[in-house]
Design a protein around this ligand. Structure first.
Ligand code: ADP
Ligand code: MG
Length: 250
């Protein structure tokens, strides 16, 4: 197995509205790895996810983010996306007036174009996306609806996984992908994620609950507290947390 480094975060400090949220965070992720990030509400998990993806509302005041050794700290989100970073939002937004199929095709073709690969016409894309919806057990009628408009919480999460399956990301960051899912949807989504996962890509799973980690087994579990990773363990760490609470790490 290849162990090339995908992501390195070195002493990251991040502020929003002059308040520091990430306070000196380090993280290193190699190809083939699944990293779980857990932590109490407000510990900075979603902020970290958005900063890795290049969200413009946050200011990086110190530190660096490297993707395959390249410094991407100040790159635009679309550039990072074309290089293989994918973020599934904790709260996916609705985009009225834009059909899901058009949105997915434009995202897919933008990535292909940036990587000088063949773009797909609407008909060929339709074949491809229909296979992907089957793969994640999603009804194809969701393709003709507007992006996330009127989708239930679980359907929005499934739509994020559809994007992940389509874009074949190198590094997928899944922010509370398990919230709002019933047990059947959780199993289906976990199964899809396990199939998409291979020796060349990597996944960051942000979650509150150990439940998800019964279905997707992480190589590492990190605990965030007040903008830092304060503990790194293995798949067992989540089980200990479930049993003893966050006091376990103190
Ligand atoms: P988590 O995902 O771990 O629950 P977040 O990253 O969402 O935590 O939030 C971390 C902290 O940053 C929280 O205290 C939150 O209130 C604060 N925060 C997030 N966004 C903003 C913002 N736009 N303005 C001010 N504070 C913010
Ligand atoms: Mg969050």
């Amino acid at each position: 197995m290849n162990h090339n480094n995908i992501l390195t975060i070195d002493n990251l400090h991040v502020t929003i509205n002059h308040t520091e949220i990430i306070k000196g965070l380090n993280l290193s992720i190699n190809q083939g790895e699944i990293h779980a990030i857990m932590g109490k509400n407000g510990s900075g998990k979603s902020t970290l996810a958005k900063v890795i993806a290049g969200h413009p509302s946050y200011t990086i005041t110190q530190g660096n983010i490297y993707l395959y050794g390249e410094d991407i700290t100040f790159q635009e989100p679309e550039e990072r996306s074309h290089k293989g970073i994918f973020l599934a939002f904790q709260y996916p937004i609705e985009i009225p007036g834009v059909s899901n199929a058009d949105f997915l095709r434009l995202a897919y073709n933008a990535q292909k174009k940036a990587n000088k690969e063949c773009e797909l016409d609407p008909l060929s894309f339709f074949d491809l996306i229909n296979k992907k919806t089957e793969f994640i057990d999603m009804d194809s009628t969701f393709l003709t609806r507007n992006v996330n408009e009127g989708f239930s919480g679980g359907e929005k999460k499934k739509n994020e996984i559809l994007q992940m399956a389509l874009l074949k990301s190198q590094l997928s960051i899944l922010d509370e992908i398990d919230s709002g899912l019933d047990i059947d949807a959780l199993k289906t989504i976990s199964n899809s994620i396990n199939v998409i996962k291979n020796d060349n890509n990597a996944i960051i799973l942000i979650t509150h609950y150990q439940r998800l980690l019964n279905y997707i087994i992480p190589h590492y579990t990190h605990i965030m507290q007040d903008g830092k990773i304060v503990h790194t363990g293995d798949a067992n760490t989540a089980k200990q947390l479930e049993k003893y609470g966050y006091n376990y790490i103190n």
